[in-house]
Design a protein around this ligand. Structure first.
Ligand code: BGC
Length: 384
């Protein structure tokens, strides 16, 4: 795809999630249907009551509850894109943003504080599925709608919208890329470092990856990574290397943070050359590792259209306006309890070969940010 075509496609994503959300997808084993989206079901009356609690009457408050800060995206992409979009739509609206630093009880306290401060909608990126359901139920009891942001919250009817990527496709892209890097060799020995089992996405990525890898390679060790912590991923990889006598041909790492941990463990064990390692998020450090050949691929999720779609929905809910139905286009994802009206964006696999036409073309990272002195040589040989 040319740079121009790709940028055009991204612009289309940003403008209309409709076309992209029309295709049939599965999330975390939950079936989706094209049931009509119950968009904008909460009326202005509901919102007014919540919005007038605390603070200046008439100022709509939108809570953005982020899960952690070890993964770079939340503070460097999600939060600023979300805040900017809310500001553009509604200069008087207030975003109450918090980050739970991987701590479910901290997120619970932050959600309660937001409700007490008069938040009229919660945009919730759950640390932990089970405690997030408790948060959502509490919000619902106060007639405050909840948008599940990036991570679906299963087992509650208190989720009004879901804004994410096709997460099973993320896992599939990772698995398929790894297969390609291993030349589809059935004897290849793969270690899987999955995400957190308390995050619905962690389970969904894992499901997608298994659908690509099972029966095609030997999965010789597999771990879930508590809290998605890169340090724990490193420990797990160290254990795997010891148990396997360093005989590893490929590593499935669920995101760039866990990939970084796995790579550090392999370097410490003196493994050279490093086997192919997957990732996700197109973090700057991961893009640089891809350039120097330490990491094979990442999954690029353009966070701007995701944050902006959530901001648009939040703004409408917070101000009691009906949510435009073309945002979801009737798309729903079942969370085990209800069909949640959903916006699902499309992820892209990125290797050294298409870095320029994706991450750079989209200015997710600029060439200047990537090609610092340390990476100048690698950039040059990659044609950057
Ligand atoms: C997100 C990933 C992120 C991971 C760790 C997942 O739910 O979709 O983008 O890397 O959590 O925070």
């Amino acid at each position: 795809m040319t740079t121009k075509a790709f940028s055009g496609r991204l612009a289309a994503w940003a403008l209309s999630a409709f076309a992209l959300s029309a295709c049939s997808q599965q999330q975390g084993g939950a079936a989706e249907g094209d049931k009509g989206a119950a968009a904008g079901s909460k009326g202005a009356g509901d919102k007014g009551a919540a919005g007038d609690k605390g603070g200046k009457a008439g100022v709509a408050k939108i809570a953005l509850l982020l899960p952690e800060s070890k993964t770079a995206r939340y503070e460097s992409k999600d939060r600023p894109f979300f805040e900017a979009k809310v500001k553009a739509l509604c200069p008087d609206c207030q975003v109450l943003a918090s980050n739970a630093n991987q701590d479910a009880s901290q997120q619970q306290a932050q959600a309660e504080a937001a409700l007490t401060n008069g938040a009229s909608v919660l945009v919730l990126d759950a640390v932990d599925s089970a405690s997030a359901a408790v948060i959502a139920n509490k919000a619902k009891a106060q007639k405050v709608p909840v948008i599940a942001y990036d991570r679906l919250v299963p087992g509650t009817d208190a989720i009004d919208y879901y804004v994410s990527f096709d997460n099973e496709a993320v896992g599939r892209l990772q698995g398929e890329s790894l297969l390609k890097a291993l030349n589809n060799r059935p004897t290849a020995r793969v270690v899987m470092i999955n995400g957190a089992a308390t995050d619905n996405n962690g389970l969904t990525f894992k499901k997608g990856a298994h659908s690509a890898l099972d029966g095609k390679v030997q999965v010789v060790k597999e771990y879930d990574t508590p809290d998605w912590s890169p340090d724990k991923a490193q420990d797990q990889m160290t254990q795997a290397l010891t148990a396997l006598n360093n005989q590893v041909d490929g590593v499935y790492a669920a995101n760039d943070g866990t990939a970084g941990g796995a790579i550090a463990a392999m370097k410490a064990a003196g493994i050279k050359p490093l086997p192919p390692v997957t990732g996700q998020d197109a973090e700057l450090a991961a893009v640089q590792r891809i350039l120097v050949g330490e990491q094979y691929m990442t999954v690029y999720k353009a966070i701007k259209p995701q944050a902006e779609a959530a901001a648009v929905i939040a703004y409408h809910l917070a101000t009691g306006k009906p949510v435009p139905t073309d945002l979801t286009g009737g798309k729903t994802v079942n969370n085990g309890t209800k069909d949640v009206p959903s916006v699902l964006l499309v992820p892209l696999a990125v290797t050294k070969e298409n870095l320029k036409d994706t991450v750079i073309a989209d200015a997710f990272w600029t060439q200047e940010q990537i090609c610092t002195a340390q990476y100048a040589e690698a950039c040059k040989s990659a044609g950057l």
